[in-house]
Design a protein around this ligand. Structure first.
Ligand code: ADP
Ligand code: MG
Length: 617
């Protein structure tokens, strides 16, 4: 019997593999532009003809390639970007490496010219359907000029499968937009059929967004800025009034790479709740930065999906960041704001309750439209300008409490007691609700839909973190001076770090003075930290700095705050009396981000009655 297994010819194998990477002209655009960026280009031109069917050309001023590298770059698994297996675990690699050029060359007619700045002559390669036709020296400007012609010329089935030029160009435009948003520092140009579609100069993000999505957005882009130890969020959201009737203009970048994620989208859209009519999609361009190790890269290279180790804190932080941005915007005066009477009622916030005839409130970044603690509530009747640095409360917890505190609108009318003004129903107090401590670890509180368990240590960490953080910019924090100054020795590396953070430590009441030879003397400590804990505290802090992920811009200040909060928080196992429990609950829900510790541990678990009933079946 004849053998029936035979090896696929290389060219065919390449075509099949190419299907993974090259689905349509836009995939080529993505790969070529990414390569140009990887090559350190500052100026990239994308020239397209017939929706990319006829020509996709990318010209960059990046590092260029040597004669050998130019030839090698078309080999499968040829890459200059992985030297060690560890490199694979950085999000920047994200998928297969060294597949793109080989795949593109398998299904198109490619002409590439490249020159390194150090070389006198460049090199030109012509390659068609994986077959190298020629490689010759040429005069060329430094950088790389890539022309991909007649995509799928040798795979008619795929060529026929392409959509109209308009549709294919729309995909290309979308890829270009993603790259351009992620890299506002680059000069970029997109030309289609001889017409410049975009000519973008290096710009700040906001201007780049306007250039791509429309200059009309200028007054309606709200900055989003949130830093935490798990995740940094930056970018812009569009005010509700510029929301779109269809999806699109929604961009997430994780570690500067575009991704689509329904769950994260939900977090953002939810933050807009009550502000958007049915069927409106908010505009957003948001950048999430987090430790690459916390992301699963085991996803398809050409897809734009991502998996997080634990997406819940990411959801919560993202949502809170957007809410915060919206609540700031909420009081920003603008002609449109005053004219837009429909807006004033959207929040149904009885405390803010601006009447359309009132003069515009002066913009105040510390303004907080939501009451954040019972103490502040006593200010009712006074302008709602809270002291700077007061953490703005998120609305999530109010919703949680709303179930027991806020009567339904109909019930409000029938409230038996005149003292039950609508204002007082938005209270953070669980007054009248007994609190229990379980095993000196958790505080149990009943809510209408069931009960919550609050981890006393985790909750207190969050409370202290936000309290300490509010001290930024303040001086003269209370300090306890010690009778017996303590000398602590460090390694050279550690001592450098200590030197560096001494000014920040001072803000909190640390009185630490260098003694020379990597030793320091502690003369005073903040009241919150036990003198006996100073050794442990400083070492923990320094370790944190040493292990800091370079990508995460957690400021020195925040790092100190986190360590102080962790150190000073009431410990698991500590018995608490009624007042202490009440204080923790109240203060936790007055926090900007009550649900997680600054290091991302959950503070609250909610158990619903349904879940309980389920258990008794
Ligand atoms: P990868 O980008 O995953 O390494 P590619 O197939 O896209 O794989 O590219 C292969 C190699 O070719 C790259 O690693 C790089 O060394 C080189 N290369 C590709 N495009 C360029 C460019 N525009 N400028 C300089 N070098 C390039
Ligand atoms: Mg590449």
């Amino acid at each position: 019997m004849r053998d029936i297994i035979s090896l696929l010819p290389d060219a065919l194998a390449n075509q099949i593999a190419a299907g993974e990477v090259v689905q349509r002209p836009a995939s080529v655009v993505k790969e070529l532009m990414e390569n140009a960026i990887d090559a350190g280009a500052t100026n990239i031109q994308l020239i397209v003809k017939e929706g990319g069917r006829q020509l996709i050309q990318v010209i960059d001023d990046g590092c260029g390639m040597s004669v050998t590298d130019a030839r090698l770059s078309f080999e499968r698994h040829a890459t200059s970007k992985i030297k060690q297996i560890n490199d694979l675990f950085a999000i920047t690699t994200f998928g297969f490496r060294g597949e793109a050029l080989a795949s593109i060359a398998a299904v198109a007619q490619v002409e590439m010219t490249s020159r390194r700045a150090i070389d006198d002559l460049g090199t030109k390669i012509v390659i068609e359907g994986s077959e190298v036709k020629e490689q010759v020296p040429v005069n060329a400007p430094f950088g790389t000029n890539f022309q991909v012609k007649n995509l799928f010329f040798n795979v008619p089935a795929r060529r026929n499968f392409l959509k109209s030029n308009t549709v294919e160009f729309r995909h290309i435009n979308e890829e270009f937009t993603r790259v351009a948003l992620a890299h506002p520092e680059l000069s970029l140009k997109l030309n289609h059929n001889g017409t410049d579609v975009f000519v973008l100069k290096p710009a700040v993000l906001k201007l780049r967004i306007m250039a791509l999505l429309g200059n009309y957005l200028n007054p309606d882009l709200v900055p989003v800025e949130e830093q935490s130890s798990i995740l940094n969020v930056t970018g812009f959201i569009g005010k509700p009034r510029v929301a779109k009737k269809s999806r699109g203009d929604q961009y997430f970048f994780v570690n500067n790479r575009f991704i689509k994620d329904a769950y994260l989208n939900h977090a953002v859209v939810h933050a807009f709740e009550g502000l958007l009519p049915q069927g409106a999609y908010p505009i957003y361009v948001l950048f999430l930065t987090l430790d690459a190790a916390k992301i699963d890269i085991n996803v398809h290279p050409t897809k734009t999906e991502i998996k997080f180790d634990d997406e819940r804190p990411i959801y919560a932080i993202l949502q809170s960041a957007v809410k915060k941005a919206l609540s700031k915007y909420n009081v920003a005066p603008s002609i449109d704001f005053d004219a837009d009477t429909s807006f004033s009622g959207i929040y149904h916030d009885p405390i803010r309750n601006p009447s359309p005839t009132q003069p515009a409130v002066k913009y105040d970044v510390s303004y907080n439209p939501f009451p954040s603690s019972p103490k502040e509530k006593e200010n009712d009747g006074f302008p709602q300008h809270f002291p700077q640095n007061r953490p703005a409360s998120s609305r999530g917890w109010e919703e949680l409490y709303a179930v027991i505190e806020k009567p339904e609108p109909e019930q409000q009318q029938m409230a038996a007691f005149p003292s039950q003004q609508p204002e007082e129903q938005v209270s953070t107090k669980m007054s009248g609700q007994p609190l229990f401590q379980l095993h000196n670890l958790f505080i149990l509180a009943q809510i209408k839909s069931g009960f919550i368990l609050v981890d006393q240590n985790a909750a207190h960490q969050r409370i202290l973190f936000e309290r300490f953080r509010a001290m930024e910019g303040q001086r003269n924090h209370l300090s306890q001076q010690t009778l017996f100054p303590e000398t602590i020795e460090f390694s050279i590396q550690e001592a450098i770090i200590v030197e560096e953070i001494l000014p920040q430590l001072q803000v909190f009441g640390f009185d630490i003075r260098p003694l020379g030879r990597n030793a320091f003397v502690v003369h005073g400590m903040p009241l919150e930290i036990e003198m006996s804990a100073v050794h442990g505290f400083l070492h923990e802090l320094i370790n944190q700095f040493k292990n800091q992920n370079a990508q995460l811009a957690v400021s020195k200040f925040d790092q100190i705050v986190i360590r102080m909060a962790v150190n000073a928080a009431i410990k698991p196992g500590k018995p608490l009396n009624e007042t202490e429990m009440q204080t923790i609950i109240d203060e936790l829900f007055a926090c900007e981000m009550p649900y997680y510790t600054p290091e991302g541990k959950q503070t609250i678990v909610t158990i619903t009655l349904e879940e309980l009933k389920e258990r008794f079946k």
